[in-house]
Design a protein around this ligand. Structure first.
Ligand SMILES: [Zn+2]
Length: 668
């Protein structure tokens, strides 16, 4: 027989799981489990509640319907003001802090050392064990409630059981890991969007996004490090953190309880060295007095607590001379300026080159050749120039002028409206663009043709064997064995690898084509929605815009790509070579006008994805709408449809049909 304690533990787990799935489903429209799996969780919860009625909460998921309401951010007053810490930048300043605070206390204090995270601060309020609100710092007194976004972060529990104070607040930092930050910026660069300056900006910007779906896809993480409640929890900060970890919060492991100043110095020295190896950015160490009684004795200034201080690591900066600026031409024709530097040691490596991003960046800092510049190593792999020492500038040095012609082919550069980058428009004949497209096509994330890296592609291009991606599938052993240094074995392997790439699924083929702004994620979305290249080619802008995450810029780019006869010719040749241009899903393709003149709103979960249903409506002549009105022909309701849509349909006299009826309409 299950005992009460075990049952309770399982119940807490189930409630937490179900609420997350509700959120995935209702708010994000992105369920990660099937209805069946979801029902099993609900059934198990019902069983436990039946066996132990005393455990059943009035707001149990078995007692209420999910809600898909999302609102603009609501302003809320922080229960305890969210103060900022004073900073110190040297051990002398840190010692001054010790000598300032210790005379205020009854006895010699213990200190807790923690890393200082470079993210966006957040204050999470829990009520009866349930996440109730999530406030940004705001102005320290009032914050934005970003709870819908915060709920998508997997480290943040929605429910932690009821063996906790009825009301408590836990604070922490929402961050992006370095690698996620880098790939996010690469994706943005690919789409021609402005880059995030650092992981902190990216995290804070993401947190204020109005679309929780975007937030969930960004891969935010959260560290929690400060527990607050009117009820006494533990006597000291360190024990509070240990407790919070037991409750299921992601309390970082980089914490040390220190009895002496020496131990504080050691912690700082250790992490100043090892922070390079952490997966996230840290810019210092926070030193807090451990005992809450001591904290009260020390008190607050108007702005910050007197019992804590932030020690900031010295920035990883170096000064050196800017020798010249080179330009790289990417596969999309985007021009990237790169600084050549007098070699300088920075964070353990010699730096010779630094990114300048784009013309705006050069203008912003008024960077000139010959300047002494400040180079910094931040979240990015390539160091960047963050400033100029203008006191060292040679008199009358000319302001830098960005090039106006392509360094590779001499074509006049263009700068599309609203974009930071300059482009070489000579897509067909600019060599680095052709080679770049070929390299992108064969790369691991695209067609994954082993043995066809940068050098081989370059050689095959120089020899005139490949001029575009379709030529790759005309490569034969005889054609390439004549190339210098190509051994028989490598030639053979290459032919085999090319043949193997024909099995690569459609979404990766689409990504491999290198349509501007169509990265891996966008390619997957398009394939989910359209299934085949023929459907995608036929799609007009309106239809493209109905796909999640597809905005004007991507839609225009897709249409533009397929309206070019040269691209269509390449696709025909790739099709003939046997590449996959459709998905092998069980999607039914009807293609009729059975729904002509009908406008349909869909809601709920179906046997196939919502995009597939929308596609079915579209290819049978119907029109997808997002909101129910009196003019709507049908509300197509799957499992768990949005209650508001159903109510609206009933009120407006709109016929509600289910998936079976819908499919019958098409087969009829
Ligand atoms: Zn060019």
């Amino acid at each position: 027989m299950v005992n009460l304690k075990k049952a309770k533990k399982r119940l807490v787990f189930l409630v937490n799981e179900i609420e997350k799935h509700n959120h995935n489903y209702y708010v994000l429209n992105k369920p990660v489990i099937t209805d069946f799996e979801y029902d099993i969780l609900i059934q198990e919860l019902e069983q436990i509640e039946k066996l132990f009625p005393e455990l059943k909460g009035s707001d149990s998921p078995t007692q209420k319907v999910g809600s898909d309401l999302t609102a603009e951010f609501e302003k809320m007053t922080h229960k305890y003001p969210m103060m900022s810490l004073s900073n110190t930048y040297s051990l002398e300043e840190l010692n001054a802090f010790f000598s300032r605070v210790e005379p205020l206390l009854e006895e010699k204090p213990q200190y807790v050392c923690e890393l200082k995270y470079d993210g966006a601060s957040i204050s999470l309020g829990y009520k009866n064990g349930r996440l109730d609100y999530a406030l940004t710092r705001g102005d320290g007194v009032v914050g934005d409630n970003v709870i819908n976004n915060v709920k998508t972060i997997k480290e943040i529990p929605h429910f932690v059981g009821d063996d906790v104070p009825a009301n408590f607040i836990i604070r922490g930092e929402i961050m992006l890991q370095k690698d996620i930050f880098n790939s996010l910026n690469n994706l943005r660069a690919e789409r021609g969007e402005a880059l995030f300056a650092n992981p902190r900006n990216a995290a804070a910007g993401t947190l204020k996004t109005l679309d929780a779906k975007v937030v969930s896809e960004r891969g935010l993480t959260c560290f929690l490090y400060y527990l607050l409640s009117d009820e006494v929890i533990c006597e000291n900060h360190f024990d509070n953190l240990v407790l919070a970890r037991e409750w299921g919060f992601n309390v970082p492991p980089y914490i040390k309880l220190c009895n002496t100043h020496e131990e504080v110095y050691q912690f700082i020295a250790q992490w100043d060295k090892e922070r390079e190896n952490l997966p996230f950015e840290t810019d210092g160490v926070v030193v807090k007095i451990n005992s809450l009684k001591h904290q009260r004795q020390a008190g607050y200034t108007a702005k910050s607590p007197r019992w804590a201080i932030a020690y900031k690591f010295s920035a990883q900066q170096a000064r050196t001379k800017l020798l010249s600026i080179d330009y790289q031409v990417g596969r999309t024709g985007a021009i990237t300026p790169v600084a050549n530097l007098d070699p300088v040691l920075l964070a353990g490596t010699t730096v010779k080159r630094a990114s300048l991003h784009n013309a705006d960046q050069i203008l912003l800092h008024d960077i000139r050749v010959g300047d002494i510049v400040l180079v910094e190593k931040g979240g990015e792999i390539i160091p960047k120039i963050v400033g100029v020492d203008k006191s060292q500038r040679v008199e009358n040095s000319p302001a830098y002028k960005f090039i106006s012609q392509c360094p590779e082919c001499g074509t006049n550069l263009i700068r599309p409206e609203g974009e930071a980058a300059h482009y070489c428009p000579n897509e067909e004949a600019c060599p680095p663009q052709i080679v770049g497209k070929l390299v992108h096509f064969t790369s691991r994330k695209a067609m994954d043709i082993e043995g066809m890296g940068d050098e081989t592609v370059e050689t095959l291009f120089q020899k005139g064997i490949i001029r575009n991606v379709a030529d790759i599938y005309d490569i034969s052993f005889d054609k390439i064995i004549k190339i210098d240094r190509m051994a028989e074995k490598s030639a053979n392997n290459l032919v085999v690898a090319i043949e193997k790439s024909k099995q690569i699924p459609f979404s990766r083929v689409l990504f491999a084509l290198g349509i501007r702004y169509v990265g891996e994620t966008v390619a997957r979305k398009l394939v989910e929605a359209f299934h085949s290249i023929d459907n995608l080619i036929k799609a007009d802008k309106e239809r493209l815009l109905q796909v999640g995450e597809i905005g004007d810029r991507i839609a225009d780019s897709v249409i533009d790509y397929f309206s070019n006869p040269k691209h269509m010719l390449i696709i025909e040749r790739l099709k003939a070579a046997g590449l996959k241009f459709d998905t092998e899903s069980n999607a039914i393709q009807f293609n009729s006008d059975k729904l002509a003149g009908k406008s349909i709103v869909i809601s709920g979960v179906f046997s196939v994805s919502r995009d597939e249903i929308k596609n079915l409506i579209e290819i049978n002549g119907g029109k997808n709408l997002t909101a129910v009105s009196a003019k709507t022909s049908y509300l197509l309701a799957g499992a768990n449809p949005g209650p508001e849509k159903v109510a609206k349909a009933e009120k407006s006299g709109v016929t509600i049909i289910d998936e079976v009826q819908f499919r019958a309409m098409l087969e009829n």
